[in-house]
Design a protein around this ligand. Structure first.
Ligand code: DQA
Length: 145
């Protein structure tokens, strides 16, 4: 089983960016840990600061992956184009956020992508990604951590 993690803008700066909100850990280190923890699944990772590249990757993932764990970052709140890309593919997409977007500024309370996702996970730090993976495995009844 293959799953894809996609991170949107500014998430390449995790570990350095606003550590009081997003923590001190670099995403690549966390991703390596996830690959060790989920040995029975094939995990791939993609990050881009560009909306079109994120859309291309979502299109490209259809067929190739069983699901996507997506942190669209700031595009969550603005992008009809990413929402449409999620609707256009046939694989489940789980929305994740490191911070609890509902505890933050009001503009973050709206997710343009949430209605098109399988579900949303917000506020568990980097472990939101782990929970996102587990939700896709649970859906397929293949929990093997
Ligand atoms: C975020 C929350 C978004 O509001 C913000 O723009 C981000 C990160 C999160 O993971 O908590 O860049 O998606």
């Amino acid at each position: 089983m293959k799953l894809l993690i996609i991170n949107g803008p500014n998430l390449n700066l995790l570990g350095k960016r606003e550590p009081t909100i997003y923590g001190n850990q670099n995403f690549i280190q966390y991703y390596e840990q996830l690959k060790t923890d989920f040995k029975n699944i094939e995990l791939d990772y993609f990050q881009s600061n560009h909306e079109g590249e994120l859309i291309d990757k979502i299109h490209d993932a259809d067929v190739k992956y069983a699901g996507i764990v997506l942190n669209a970052a700031a595009y969550t709140h603005t992008s009809v184009a990413i929402a449409d890309a999620i609707s256009a593919v046939n694989i489940p997409v789980v929305e994740v956020h490191i911070s609890n977007i509902f505890k933050r500024e009001e503009f973050r309370h709206v997710s343009r992508i949430a209605p098109f996702c399988k579900g949303s996970i917000s506020g568990f730090g980097l472990d939101s990604y782990r929970l996102g993976i587990l939700s896709l495995l649970t859906e397929r009844e293949e929990i093997q951590t």
